[in-house]
Write a protein that binds this ligand. Sequence first.
Ligand code: AMP
Length: 209
Amino acid sequence: MTAPVPSARFLIVGPQGSGKGTQGVLVAEAFGVPQVATGDIFRENVKGGTELGKKVQAIIEAGDLVSDELTSELVRDRLEQPDAAGGFVLDGYPRNRGQVDDLDAFLASRGEALDAVIELSVPREESIARLRQRALDQGRTDDTEEVIANRLAIYERETAPILEVYRERGIVDEVDGVGTLEEVTERIFEALAARGLSVRHNGGNGAAA
Ligand code: AMP
């Protein structure tokens, strides 16, 4: 029997434009687990013209939330893939209380739980400035002024409160999201390390620090 691998089940939360997408990928790579970003999955489906894509396109373009039912099913399917057995970095899900309950039920049915929730804090003006820049760089259809305002309002109304639920469980690490990419990544790793969650060293001979 091999020793159990420590789990790395993380959630990264922050307003649009907080850099959570980029940081989520870096954390996932460092821990050797997949990053699961619901927004990316939805966008790929829209681009590919799938049935799911057709269902969600108008919702995404308006910056509204896709139904909990559809979103939670999508996430369950993804987390059931073998590459997510030892962990994952969820980005953009759960986004409201109903999705927190769905995720809890799914994880509990597998005897699992989240290990840490990283809250990336960025002032509103900074988020807006970054989203405007991303609109110029990437041309996302949901990065228009009106849709940005709607998405941030939904974040503040529905998503920010879920942090209270996780705070009560003592698993939230608030990380200052203002700084260089490297500085913010370092802060995240420090916060996780303080919980005894250290980066797995992949590649090489598998020697762990
Ligand atoms: P994001 O890239 O995370 O900002 O997501 C882009 C869009 O996808 C959102 O504005 C929503 O329309 C949709 N979306 C992503 N994640 C969720 C979720 N957990 N629940 C509902 N809708 C979502």
